[in-house]
Design a protein. Structure first.
Length: 47
């Protein structure tokens, strides 16, 4: 849990995106596609 809190405190970046909920699957797909086409990343849902 501490690791997750640390990640959240650092905020969003080029390799980290927060989504409160999955309301539009196209936005999620776009984010994941961008991560896949670069250096990867993390998508945290519910933040």
């Amino acid at each position: 849990m501490r690791e997750l809190n640390k990640i959240i405190r650092h905020g969003e970046s080029q390799v980290l995106d927060f989504k409160y909920c999955i309301s539009d699957s196209r936005k999620i797909a776009k984010t994941l596609s961008a991560f896949a086409n670069t250096d990867g990343g993390r998508l945290l849902i519910g933040v």
